[in-house]
Design a protein around this ligand. Structure first.
Ligand SMILES: NC(=O)c1ccc[n+]([C@@H]2O[C@H](COP(=O)([O-])OP(=O)(O)OC[C@H]3O[C@@H](n4cnc5c(N)ncnc54)[C@H](OP(=O)(O)O)[C@@H]3O)[C@@H](O)[C@H]2O)c1
Length: 398
């Protein structure tokens, strides 16, 4: 029999993983709960965190009976206390609120694993709290690594018990392709991009594209609004390039992005001998979520499987997608530049969704803010948050 590297000797655990889901009512959070429903023998929800969607949180509370819940503010917490679910499942369930409560939940002793599915910089403090408490962290919140990559890596070095499992489909693909390989044999990595909702729109029309057109993603229809806009500008890929740089320790020159409209091949790793390993699957976040939540086990899943088809790859057009180059520039500048890129983009997207600026102004606004900033050190939480606050103010006032 030929010698294989199958993980036959990996002892499969029958232990229940106690899970905190930060961002339970969002797109990633809801899909994570579907994974929990598919594996009730392995995954148990002990904490749920949400912002303002109290109706959905209440349903999740009744179904999963967590030990603690946290919401964005005291009003929401008070409203939740008065809901019928508080009487039904409330016994022993702590209802908390505010950003400190999210970090408290992320570090709580009853939690084995934390899924960070909050959107934006809000994910940073709880991610650090979870790592410092030695948790396994399933990590969807790319903005945190972009803004504070060195800080997160330093926290991981200081707490060897903590593990970061990527959830973003592209990073999950790269991660899976690297399993069983030596880091030194990776020559380059390739991230695929669907091209977003406007990929076939005539160039001349893009600048004035309507919000509804931008939000109509062709292959990932269930994503939150912010990431869907980022897919249309390709800022999402810009952020993913920086995320991959920190996650895998790969230099920017060895990270490339290709247009792949079918969203079937999520990421490719080329090794020093010329071999390329790719991870391929349907555009379904439940697959990377499951592999992160149950890592290192690969378990059966009930979701629809992929039909093989004609997949195509093409270079990215820099004129259509100027955000990608901006991401590389911010990444190479380093220090606080990626935090500024990320924060300016969050505000620009908000302003576009609020009807204040045109689609075509998103990237130029982010560029203006980035290049009016002098990058400084981003070694502490305070430095990152100060750069983030400055960029928000600058992007809000231009
Ligand atoms: N969606 C995807 O397919 C996908 C794929 C890869 C990576 N990601 C990344 O995953 C992250 C989440 O994306 P998403 O699309 O799931 O976002 P989303 O649908 O907007 O969900 C965001 C979640 O954060 C919660 N939240 C917002 N403000 C809060 C606050 N102040 N306190 C507590 N909770 C708060 C929201 O609660 P309420 O809704 O209750 O207000 C919601 O549960 C992002 O970093 C994104 O880039 C997403």
């Amino acid at each position: 029999m030929v010698h294989t590297l199958f993980l036959e000797n990996l002892s499969l655990s029958a232990e229940i993983i106690k899970l905190a889901i930060l961002g339970a009512t969002g797109s990633v959070g809801r899909q994570a709960l579907e994974v929990v429903r598919a594996h009730p023998e392995r995954l148990k929800v002990v904490s749920l965190v949400a912002g303002h969607n109290l109706a959905l949180l209440e349903e999740q509370w009744e179904e999963f009976q967590p030990l603690s819940l946290a919401v964005a503010d005291s009003n929401s917490a008070a409203r939740l206390q008065s809901r019928p679910a508080a009487k039904l499942g409330g016994k022993g369930c702590h209802i908390l609120y505010g950003s400190q409560a999210i970090s408290q939940i992320a570090a709580a002793t009853e939690v084995d694993m934390v899924l960070v599915a909050l959107s934006g910089i809000l994910g940073l403090a709880p991610t650090l709290a979870a790592i410092r408490a030695g948790k396994k962290v399933a990590f969807a919140n790319k903005e945190t690594l972009v803004a504070a990559g060195p800080l997160v890596l330093e926290a991981l070095r200081a707490e060897p018990a903590a593990i970061l499992c990527p959830v973003d489909s592209e990073h999950s693909a790269l991660w899976q392709a690297m399993w069983g390989e030596r880091a030194s044999t990776v020559r380059r990595i390739v991230i695929t991009a669907s091209g977003g909702a406007l990929r076939d729109m005539p160039l001349a029309a893009i600048d004035q594209a309507a919000v509804s057109a931008v939000l109509a993603h062709p292959t990932w229809p269930e994503m939150g609004r912010k990431i869907t806009v980022d897919s249309a500008t390709l800022m999402n890929k810009a952020l993913e390039v920086i995320e991959a740089h920190y996650l895998f320790g790969i230099p920017y020159d060895a990270i490339s992005v290709v247009l792949h409209p079918q969203s079937a091949v999520h990421g490719l790793v080329e090794f020093v001998d010329g071999s390329i390993k790719a991870q391929v699957g349907p555009p379904d976040m439940r697959i990377p979520l499951q592999i992160a939540l149950l890592y290192p086990e690969r378990q059966p899943a009930p979701w629809e499987k992929l039909e093989l088809a004609n997949w195509t790859f093409a270079p990215i057009d820099p004129e259509r997608y100027p955000a990608l180059e901006l991401g590389y520039q911010a990444g190479r500048l380093g220090g606080t530049a990626p935090a500024v890129l990320n924060a300016a983009n969050e505000i620009a997207v908000e302003r576009f969704l609020g009807g204040e600026i045109a689609f075509g102004e998103i990237v130029s606004l982010v560029r203006d803010v980035l290049f009016s900033h002098t990058p400084g050190s981003a070694d502490t939480l305070e430095e990152v948050l100060a750069a983030d606050a400055w960029a928000r103010m600058a992007a809000g006032s231009k």
